[in-house]
Design a protein. Structure first.
Length: 658
């Protein structure tokens, strides 16, 4: 019986220069998904690559005194090196300069021309070279490109056009009848309301003003423009219209195209229309994720933030960076990268929670039992609760991963880690070890800790490729007990060798010292420009708190995770005059919060409000109801008035407040 297949793609990257950490976001997410499906037993095809044609590349190459191919070869080598560093397990890296791709694009163009879906005309309008995009006069913003804000050029040239307008009704039907085709749902609504329903214009698909592109076989003046050239890579990579199309027959249609939100339009309107014209099946889903940016917008070293992924991986390790990218922001929402947030995640989640749990457990097994947990064990309090929490994590992780909810899946796994850390405090192994009669109970506690860690180590594999192996070595987990299936079986841990205490997996980082060290790595400003800032810092007076306010450091503030949420439902808590139970939307997950605001707000007026949630507060029970966080409010003691902190404007839920 053949395996189930899974085909996932990233957009092919435009080789315009060195990639920063934001560029790694899509590819790391796709890699996590590919690893997850392989662990489940799927036959996976993971495609990435580079889009290498266009006027911009030709101009930059000329400015550097090299051919366009020489220019892109050098940059593509750097991209491949980065993906190797990030341990991206792609199955194929396609380049639009590949011979097979060029030949197939020419066949596609000729097919569409022969059947009347491509025709010759003349284009006149505004063109943005950096974005490789045409714009009408009304689409410009202050006379500039609406996407990047840079200047545009007036262009008039003979062109071939694709009859995009012909497929407008079919595209609307596609989106209306297949609500999961575009995710998140907000992107689907944008495509329908902003582009499809107002009406589509035919699309310019060839150029004559430059020659760095795929030549049109039947008209030597023209080269194929980016839409048909670049978008076709998803099927040319599989051998479509080639001598061997077995991979196309095996893997197409794609299960998911992962793309940034800025190119959702190309992948959900232009690409499906092309496929409709070719009578080729439509991809099952296009997921348009948000941006990972710096405060204030564009990533830049000049803002004092180190965003070079090579530097970050060298300083903190690959798994810490991959974890941060996938955990910090709900996939689909925009997120902000900062060194403070990165270090805070490493210290809180990786060093304090996971790393410390592994170190303590291995050390206790070594100390109390010489490295081997005895077979004679005795059950006790808290065992069943721990088992119940940890045993269900695999199912929850799979459910969330299948929806590409990476951040929420990691949050679920960390619930198991938190519960296991709590189990240590509840059972107090150090106290049990004082009495020889308690050794069977102590052995059971050690086993439960090791088994919880084993299950967690398996589930983090898609996200963190290096850490599981380190855990398995220290806990002496046999290979047969590392399978994905075994993560759903409590009691599979049966070591044949003693534990092997090793180095700390995630050392804790001194926030203040590290931020200073990162600042020193910023070489974007000249030394003389930095000196006054350093001198000013040294002379700064000691901060004094206003009366009634206790000052905290940036490290303490960074621990608080504030998120934008929307109230989906609200009801009063029975037998309580003060409490309301709220159902909140936070990115791709739902939260339940109990809040003492019933004297100030009715359940009806709460529904639809956009609030701020303290998202990383430990869950607590109020009147027997679990509260997963706290909503912010301000109160005036003199008047007795309380007002919720609300958000104005359309901000996606799950967005981090900073």
């Amino acid at each position: 019986m053949s395996k189930k297949t899974f085909y996932i793609t990233t957009p092919i990257y435009y080789p315009s220069g060195k990639l920063h950490i934001g560029h790694s976001y899509t590819t790391v997410a796709a890699d996590a998904m590919a690893r997850y499906k392989r662990l489940q037993g799927y036959d996976v095809m993971f495609l990435t690559g580079t889009d290498e044609h266009g006027q911009k590349i030709q101009r930059v190459a000329a400015e550097n005194g090299v051919t366009p191919k020489e220019y892109v070869d050098k940059i593509v080598a750097g991209i491949k090196d980065l993906w190797s560093l990030m341990k991206i397990t792609y199955d194929k890296f396609i380049r639009t300069t590949d011979k097979e791709h060029i030949e197939t694009v020419q066949k596609i163009f000729k097919t569409l021309y022969d059947q009347g879906d491509i025709y010759k005309s003349e284009y006149e309008g505004w063109y943005c070279t950096p974005c490789e995009s045409f714009w009408t006069e009304t689409q410009l913003v202050d006379g500039k490109c609406p996407d990047c804000g840079r200047g545009v050029e007036k262009t008039r040239e003979e062109s071939y056009f694709f009859r995009l307008s012909k497929y407008q009704d079919r595209l609307i039907q596609l989106l209306e009848e297949n609500p999961d085709f575009i995710q998140p749902a907000s992107r689907r609504n944008e495509m329908l309301n902003n582009f499809l329903r107002p009406g589509l214009e035919d699309l310019c698909v060839s150029r004559t003003s430059f020659n760095w592109g795929v030549p049109v076989t039947f008209d030597s003046k023209h080269v194929v423009y980016v839409w048909i050239d670049a978008l076709s890579n998803y099927i040319t990579a599989l051998g479509y219209l080639g001598e061997d199309d077995s991979k196309f027959k095996k893997y197409w249609p794609a299960d998911v195209h992962l793309v940034g939100k800025e190119i959702v339009r190309f992948h959900t309107i232009i690409w499906p229309a092309m496929l409709m014209a070719l009578n080729v099946p439509i991809p099952k889903q296009v997921f348009g994720h948000g941006w990972l940016v710096l405060e204030g917008g564009k990533m830049s070293k000049s803002k004092g933030n180190v965003v070079d992924p090579v530097v970050l991986v060298e300083k903190y390790g690959l798994d810490a960076i991959r974890y941060f990218l996938l955990r910090e922001v709900p996939f689909g929402s925009d997120g902000v990268f900062s060194n403070e947030a990165l270090i805070s995640r490493i210290n809180s989640d990786l060093a304090n929670d996971l790393g410390n749990l592994v170190s303590r457990t291995v050390a206790m097994i070594q100390k109390y039992f010489g490295g081997v947990i005895p077979k004679e064990r005795a059950a006790g309090d808290y065992d069943e609760d721990l088992k119940a929490v940890v045993s269900q994590i695999k199912g929850k992780t799979e459910e969330l991963m299948d929806k590409l909810q990476f951040s929420t899946a990691l949050a679920e796994i960390w619930k198991a880690i938190s519960r296991t850390n709590k189990y240590i405090d509840e059972t107090m192994p150090w106290a049990l070890a004082k009495d020889e009669q308690n050794k069977p109970r102590l052995a059971q506690v050690m086993y439960n800790l090791a088994e919880s860690i084993r299950i967690v180590s398996i589930l983090i594999q898609p996200f963190m490729p290096e850490t599981p192996e380190k855990i398995w070595r220290q806990l002496a987990v046999p290979e047969s007990q590392r399978t994905w299936e075994s993560a759903g079986v409590w009691g599979a841990y049966d070591p044949v060798s003693p534990v092997a205490p090793g180095e700390i997996i995630f050392p804790r980082i001194d926030m203040a010292k590290e931020l200073e060290a990162l600042s020193a790595l910023d070489n974007s400003a000249p030394a003389q420009a930095k000196a006054p800032a350093q001198e000013k810092k040294a002379e700064a007076p000691k901060a004094e708190a206003p009366e009634g306010i206790a000052l905290i450091g940036i490290e303490d503030f960074a621990k608080v995770d504030l998120r934008v949420v929307k109230v989906l439902a609200c009801e009063k808590v029975e037998k309580s005059d003060k409490l309301l139970k709220l159902k909140l939307q936070c990115g791709d997950e739902e939260r339940q919060v109990v809040s003492g605001i019933a004297q100030y707000y009715s359940p009806e007026e709460m529904v639809g409000k956009t609030l701020i949630l303290v998202a990383n507060l430990k869950p607590a029970k109020l009147r027997g109801i679990e509260s997963q966080g706290m909503i912010l409010a301000a109160s005036d003691k003199e008047s007795g008035k309380l007002t919720l902190v609300t958000i104005e404007g359309e901000i996606p839920t799950g967005t981090k407040v900073s």
